[in-house]
Ligand binder design. Structure first.
Ligand code: DGY
Length: 324
């Protein structure tokens, strides 16, 4: 009997073609996110699930899925999945790193530039018909070239951002639990420093750590207060890493120059107080939103899900313990 795979939301067709080779696919062909009750009902008969960061695969969902052997997340981040509960049940959890690194680094840099140079506001100004003449201080912003970039987290995406920063002649600092190899530090001209020093010295602080309990509010009141008043905070990682209330208060009080955010604590809700601020650029979680990249992410998740269900080791396993 072929295994059953639940695909929780609309995906690129490549994923379906891969899954249909070996599995019976229960495809929820809609953008709508399944309610916890519907998700649990659908999981009852599933051997695998191909899911997205909008789906909560928590202990209750897993308890409703007695036959589940694979959870394949179409994203690199997986803080919506209770990995410990999955591991305890020997359910393999997979993700899609690698294919989205460059796209996310591109978006990070675009957001950094847009925030520093106030591009969205300047564009809105022109579109509104308000542009009368060239003025000496019209839409002046902050310098990027030659400034200091602080990377909080130095995994694949942080490193790809460091590579781009070289082209802008930036000094690059990074903080991370593990120090990179000297050869990599030299190649990226990146200096490992404690987080407090990074916050105090950077003109741009860009967040690149995974979400989850271990990094929740890593950037909180204390950290925001250590930053320069002229500095910008950029977050394309996970909303939970930054204490949004503390950031809003700091921006309102002029303790920071601005922020560029692609991720939020309660997506898709973005606090009104944040949306009202003139010195923020806000995007709807589009870090990896490039058609070819999203299609590859879907295919990768489908391939890994099918591999687990064939009893093979998937390419990107989050919890290797289950294959030990
Ligand atoms: C991820 O992969 O975790 C991004 O947030 C969505 O691509």
């Amino acid at each position: 009997m072929k295994p059953r795979v639940l695909v929780t939301r609309k995906v690129y067709p490549a994923a379906l073609a891969i899954l249909q080779e070996d599995c019976v696919v229960d495809y929820h062909d809609a953008y709508e996110v399944l309610s916890p009750e519907r998700l649990q009902r659908k999981l009852q008969h599933a051997h695998g699930v191909v899911c997205q960061l909008t789906d909560r695969l928590d202990a209750a969902a897993l308890a409703a899925a007695p036959n589940l052997r694979a959870i394949a997340q179409i994203a690199v981040g997986y803080d919506n999945i209770d990995v410990a509960a999955a591991t305890a049940r020997r359910i393999a959890v997979t993700n899609t790193p690698g294919v989205l690194t460059e796209a996310t680094a591109d978006l990070t840099f675009a957001l950094l530039l847009a925030t520093a140079r106030r591009l969205p506001a300047a564009e809105r100004f022109l579109h509104s018909g308000a542009w009368q003449r060239w003025d000496i201080d019209l839409w002046c912003g902050a310098d990027v070239h030659g400034r200091t970039l602080g990377l909080v987290g130095f995994g694949r995406i942080g490193q790809a951002v460091a590579r781009r920063a070289q082209g802008f002649g930036m000094r690059v600092l990074y903080s991370s639990r593990n120090r990179a190899e000297p050869a990599l530090e030299a190649e990226l001209r990146a200096q490992h420093v404690p987080l407090d020093l990074l916050l105090a010295q950077s003109d741009f602080v860009s967040v690149h750590v995974p979400g989850g309990a271990a990094t929740r509010h890593l950037i909180g009141v204390e950290q925001v207060c250590r930053m320069k008043r002229t500095a910008f905070l950029i977050n394309t990682a996970r909303g939970s890493v930054v204490d949004e209330a503390a950031l809003i208060a700091a921006l309102e009080e002029g303790l920071l120059a601005g922020a560029g955010l692609d991720v939020f604590e309660q997506e898709p809700q973005v606090p009104e107080a944040l949306r009202r601020l003139p010195n923020v650029v806000l995007l709807p979680h589009i870090g990896s939103a490039v058609t070819s990249v999203r299609s590859l992410m879907c295919a990768l998740a489908a391939r890994d899900c099918a591999a687990v269900l064939r009893g093979e080791r998937p390419q990107h396993l989050v919890n290797p313990e289950v294959f030990a």
